[in-house]
Design a binder for this molecule. Structure first.
Ligand code: NAD
Ligand code: TYD
Length: 343
């Protein structure tokens, strides 16, 4: 496995994975293939941009001709697919884009994987495909019970991967990760949104009463787990990837404000997200059996992330002051304040 095609490599997790691979596999060539949507950002890859082992191609995973040309010209051995539309709230506004990228785009990549006989096609998926889990933990054989257009689209991509394994023998693996946080996360997702708002001393828009729970994992841990599955996972298999510890959103918000020395009164309850999944929880025994364990606990994860956003304001201020972000923020949050009691 020498030449890796990393689709969506200019996004949050993809760019962290590019850094990880270049540090831990010095013999690999990394070809990032990314459409550069609002979420793709070449600033995320600035520090590898002059490395001779790195190539960037701007392209759409739904464009089969361009995908195949890159496969051929770059002699790709393995595909790791991070490319997706990823934000639940945007999927409630425009589900069609999610179906196109997350389902059709995955199909185009699988066709390319089949035609070029790759050693591995690895799909980055999410715990959200299991739907909300009020008790217990999801295992890889649990039924999918998606509730948002985002999670339904991701489930469609997963099922297409499994179909290509069964029908055509494409050596597919899938990881279903919990919520990632860390450097280079677009500040529409809750943790970078709350940290950057708190730095600027503006309200933190908390959905509902804040009692929903997520397994927040450090992105570096997730990248290490993907690496383990890419090299040691079995074709046709799915691996859950998270810390196994869930935290309430209200507790996450309070910790961020405490670390930044801001008033807890900045927490602003707003109208809940429609169909808001109350809890995701993963059983990660299967990947742990391959020797992977998450190295950061929740407090360390939040502390490191707060530190990064304090130190790297050049990165997120450009995004937050852009017209795209401002329009999105207005559309998403204007007029949703409530006097709901916090959990
Ligand atoms: P992101 O939104 O930060 O990045 C997505 C990247 O994909 C961007 O660079 C974007 O330009 C690119 N992209 C979008 N459509 C494309 C297309 N048609 N062709 C080529 N490139 C395209 O997302 P992320 O948070 O880094 O998530 C990466 C993957 O991990 C996604 O598949 C997501 O479903 C999954 N995932 C994310 C999380 C999380 O907490 N962020 C958790 C579990 C799984
Ligand atoms: P998010 O980062 O959108 O990820 P997920 O895909 O898990 O929904 O949201 C994480 C949690 O934070 C989720 O329970 C919804 C909540 N949330 C808020 O309370 N306020 C916000 O502004 C956002 C974006 C999310």
């Amino acid at each position: 496995m020498n030449n890796l095609l990393i689709t969506g490599g200019a996004g949050f997790i993809g760019s962290n994975f590019v850094h990880h691979v270049m540090q831990t596999h010095p013999g690999y060539r990394v070809i990032v293939f990314d459409k550069l949507t609002y979420a793709g950002n070449l600033d995320n890859l600035k520090d590898v941009s002059t490395d001779p082992r790195y190539t960037f191609v701007q392209g759409d995973i739904c464009d089969a001709e361009t995908v195949k040309r890159v496969m051929r010209e770059q002699q790709i051995d393995a595909i790791v697919n991070f490319a997706a539309d990823t934000h639940v709230d945007r999927s409630l506004m425009d589900a069609g884009t999610f179906i196109q990228t997350d389902v059709y785009g995955t199909y185009v990549l699988l066709e390319a994987a089949k035609e070029f006989g790759v050693e591995r096609y690895h799909q980055i998926s999410t715990d959200e495909v299991y739907g909300e889990v009020l008790e217990g933990r999801s295992t890889e054989v649990d039924r999918l019970h998606t509730r948002s257009p985002y999670s339904a689209s991701k489930a469609g991509g997963d099922l297409m991967c499994l179909a290509y394994f069964t029908s055509f023998g494409v050596p597919v693996t899938i990881t279903r990760g919990s919520n990632n946080i860390g450097p280079y996360q677009y500040p529409e997702k809750v943790v970078p949104l709350f940290i950057t708002n708190a730095i600027d001393n503006v309200p933190l828009p908390l959905y509902g009463d804040g009692s929903q729970m997520r397994d927040y994992q450090y992105v570096q841990d997730h990248c290490e787990g993907i690496d383990v599955v890419l090299h040691h996972g079995s074709p046709g298999e799915i691996y859950n990837l998270g810390t196994g510890v869930e935290t309430r959103n209200i507790d996450m918000a309070q910790l961020i404000l405490k670390l930044l020395g801001r008033s807890q009164s900045l927490i602003q309850p707003i109208t809940d997200r429609p169909g808001h999944d109350r809890r995701y929880a993963l059983d990660c025994g299967k990947i742990q059996a391959l020797g992977w364990h998450s190295r950061h606990n929740f407090e360390e994860t939040i502390e490191k992330t707060v530190h990064w956003y304090v130190e790297n304001q050049w990165w997120w201020r450009k995004i937050k002051s852009g017209a795209h972000y401002e329009e999105y923020y207005e559309r998403q949050y204007a007029g949703r304040e409530t006097d709901l009691k916090l959990a």
